[in-house]
Design a protein around this ligand. Structure first.
Ligand code: EPU
Length: 337
């Protein structure tokens, strides 16, 4: 474990933004994490996981602690279920494939989501009809100030749409070190309710899909719509899909009857931000090296040397235009640093 000064974070954020950390250290186990936190109790700290959900708009004037704790294991099993634990620094998609290869069901719809396991509970990642809260059992975390360990149950996490306690009450207080998921060993609940998945399976003439079939379908859809961060810097969906009141929705719907929407409750409706951004004319546009992806308007991209500030300016322009045209405020999903 070595502390490095003035360290480039370009390879540590999927947007590929050049920014420097005043100091940087990668920790490979809980003991190292404990030591770093103790020895630097008075220093400003910044916790870095897979770097897949942040936009760096400036250098980080702090000690950046990269959580690189690896390992995965079966903790417990019975006839029907298996409880698997993954350490925080495992790559999410590799972990998903490891579970699928053993025919453990529950994560297949979340194939190919970028990032590491430790950050998945923070924003309750989700895709194609499921979210990690549906398979999450608990996570282990370390308090940054006191180094005491705490177990967060599903209830403690207060999961919501791309939300959890780690973004709210517990923000900046804990580091998640591992996560435990409960998966099925047979009678898998195959979920192909999301239109794109069933279409993809139909095209391949698959009518009784296995976990691998679903995973492959999700991978194919994601690859067709979402850019690979290794080829084109991005952070997945830059914005959340806004949730508006039914009354507000009714007014907008009269003017835009073609607007896609999902009724969430009697009083709330979710609207796809991607649609709003496309209608506002931004899809596929490029401003210098910052742009909006051509196949999915929710994704902002770095064509090479965009600064975080340039990406942020595009985001602000999108927010203002969408608000002007639809009266709907869209909120960033990624953490703007
Ligand atoms: N749409 C457009 N134009 C676009 C993009 C979308 O009109 O450029 C419309 C689509 O036609 C569709 C609707 O918006 O009617 C929804 O689109 P899509 O199915 O692509 O999903 P999304 O709502 O845009 C969400 C998640 C994604 C996740 C997909 C699939 C959020 C913020 N994003 O996107 O998550 O992969 O559903 O489940 O909830 C991520 O968080 O990084 C991410 C990629």
């Amino acid at each position: 474990m070595q502390i490095q000064n003035n360290f480039s974070l370009k390879k540590y954020n999927t947007f590929g933004i050049e920014a420097k950390a005043k100091q940087f250290v990668a920790v490979q186990n809980e003991a190292e994490l404990n030591t770093v936190l103790k020895n630097h109790s008075l220093d400003k700290k910044f916790i870095l996981g897979g770097g897949s959900n942040m936009l760096l708009t400036q250098d980080i004037d702090a000690l950046v602690i990269h959580i690189d704790i690896k390992g995965k294991r079966i903790v417990q099993e019975n006839e029907n279920f298996v409880w698997v634990e993954s350490m925080a620094g495992e790559n999410w998609h590799e972990f998903v494939l490891w579970t699928i290869n053993q025919d453990f069901g529950g994560l297949e719809n979340m194939s190919l989501i970028p990032g590491n396991v430790g950050t998945t509970p923070v924003q309750n990642i989700g895709a194609y009809g499921t979210e990690i809260k549906n398979v999450f059992v608990f996570c282990n975390a370390m308090n940054i100030e006191t180094q005491t360990k705490k177990v967060f149950s599903k209830l403690d996490c207060k999961f919501g749409y791309r939300e959890s306690t780690f973004k709210n009450e517990c923000k900046d207080q804990y580091i998640i070190t591992s996560v435990v998921f409960k998966l099925t060993k047979h009678n898998h609940k195959i979920n192909i309710s999301y239109g794109d998945i069933s279409k993809e399976l139909e095209n391949k003439n698959i009518d009784t899909p296995t976990l691998i079939d679903v995973s492959n379908a999700v991978i194919a859809i994601r690859q067709s719509k979402l850019p690979d961060p290794k080829e084109l810097g991005n952070s997945g969906s830059f914005f959340k899909n806004p949730i508006i009141s039914k009354a507000e929705f009714d007014e907008i719907h009269v003017l835009h009857p073609e607007m896609p929407h999902y009724i969430l409750s009697e009083t709330t409706v979710k609207v796809p931000a991607g649609w709003l951004i496309e209608q506002a004319g931004f899809k596929g546009k490029r401003f210098g090296d910052a742009g909006i992806h051509k196949n999915q308007a929710l994704v902002l991209v770095n064509y090479g040397n965009a600064t975080g500030q340039e990406i942020l300016n595009v985001a602000k322009d999108i927010q203002a235009t969408v608000f002007k045209e639809f009266g709907i405020a869209i909120e960033a999903e990624v953490n703007v640093i």
